[in-house]
Design a protein. Structure first.
Length: 377
């Protein structure tokens, strides 16, 4: 931290704190994410290293720029470009939302960012207003890749406890572990309503309540989701009718948000298809009619916004080395990083398999208890 002047905390999360700092030589403002004792807490360490690994793969105008990484006294520090505020803060300033036209600008940039991640086989898994930054000139920057991960093959399984509840897709809520890119698209659909109107689409107070709110607007779950709900040990004691609303409580998106244009409602519905395979991809959504009057001029607008922001890169001190030394060191570093990453990925897969086995054992126990109760009857 010697190169930076700490100007105070601007955010705090489960794994650490975000500080606004100023580079002592260049005067550039940066945001430094300071993790907790990453060497002692395995979860913190895993989250931090995963975020670093993924961010090093991504370079995009709508993804926050990771400038450098360093470690001090057992703590890991990530240095990012500083961005003025979050979409959440913008919504707090505009209780009725930012309106459809401004929402269009935010959503289009968000789709560009997520589409870029998806083309690199990465899912973000935590799209929400506080993870979207806005520069003073309106450039959106997707941030916080702590939950992000690289996708495996078609049969790969992942933890279902990701994403903030209000933006969590039905497949995540019922405990499906074979999800993929569509979970990010669902979150974008939820975000679209909230950004335009200021009203959270599905503000559930629990996972059951979240499912109930979704069903009120979108109708019954798919058969696969119903089956997963019934077998999920987290929902023991709950029945499917518990999440079915009374007829008078049912209301469509159009009925709930009459001020939105037909094109925007159509866009949101395309994001909120129950069946993940039927949900539009980000690439398809970028071509949606909602953006027809916007798409052609946006490239020029985006270029202008970026030029006005004019970020200056932070300079890092390095000892001068000969070209041969540099090339050899870089090669060794890349090799060691690759081996280390492969080992971490292997360990992570093993832990995921163990968690799945544990879940399966829990399910078997619940089934056995259910059979015992049936016998007693």
């Amino acid at each position: 931290m010697d190169n930076y002047e700490n100007l105070g905390a601007v955010g705090e999360g489960t794994y650490g704190v975000v500080l606004k700092c100023r580079h002592r030589e260049t005067g550039q403002f940066v945001a430094i994410k300071k993790f907790k004792e990453s060497d002692e807490d395995e979860q913190v360490r895993k989250t931090a290293l995963r975020e670093v690994r993924i961010l090093k793969q991504l370079r995009h105008d709508n993804i926050v720029n990771l400038i450098e990484v360093f470690r001090r006294k057992g703590k890991l520090y990530l240095v990012f470009e500083f961005v003025e505020k979050t979409v959440l803060e913008s919504l707090e300033e505009n209780a009725d939302g930012v309106g459809e036209e401004e929402a269009k600008k935010i959503l289009y940039q968000l789709l560009l960012a997520i589409n870029y991640c998806h083309t690199h086989n990465i899912i973000h898994r935590d799209v929400k207003p506080e993870n979207l930054l806005l520069t003073k000139n309106g450039v959106l920057k997707l941030c916080d890749f702590g939950f992000a991960r690289n996708l495996g093959g078609p049969s790969a399984k992942y933890t279902d406890y990701v994403a903030t509840r209000w933006y969590r897709s039905p497949e995540l809520l019922v405990g499906d572990t074979t999800y993929g890119k569509p979970v990010d698209v669902w979150a974008i659909g939820c975000m679209a309503v909230e950004v335009a109107t200021g009203i959270p689409l599905f503000p559930g107070e629990s996972d059951i309540d979240q499912l109930c709110q979704i069903v009120k607007t979108l109708g019954p779950l798919t058969q696969r989701h119903r089956n997963l709900f019934v077998t999920n040990p987290l929902f023991v004691g709950a029945k499917l009718p518990d999440i079915m609303p009374a007829p008078e409580e049912e209301t469509t998106l159009r009925e709930r948000f009459p001020s939105l244009s037909d094109e925007m409602v159509s866009f949101i519905e395309a994001c909120l298809e129950y069946e993940p395979t039927q949900r539009k991809t980000c690439e398809e959504l970028l071509q949606h009619s909602f953006f027809d009057d916007f798409r052609d001029t946006f490239e020029v607008t985006m270029k202008s916004m970026l030029e006005k922001d004019g970020a200056v890169p932070v300079r890092k001190r390095r000892h001068k080395r000969s070209q041969s030394q540099t090339m050899g060191a870089d090669k060794d570093t890349r090799q060691s990083h690759k081996e280390r990453d492969e080992k971490r990925e292997k360990k992570e897969r093993e832990r995921e398999r163990e968690r799945e086995k544990e879940k399966e054992r829990e399910r078997e126990k619940e089934k056995e208890k259910e059979r015992e109760r049936e016998k007693e009857k």
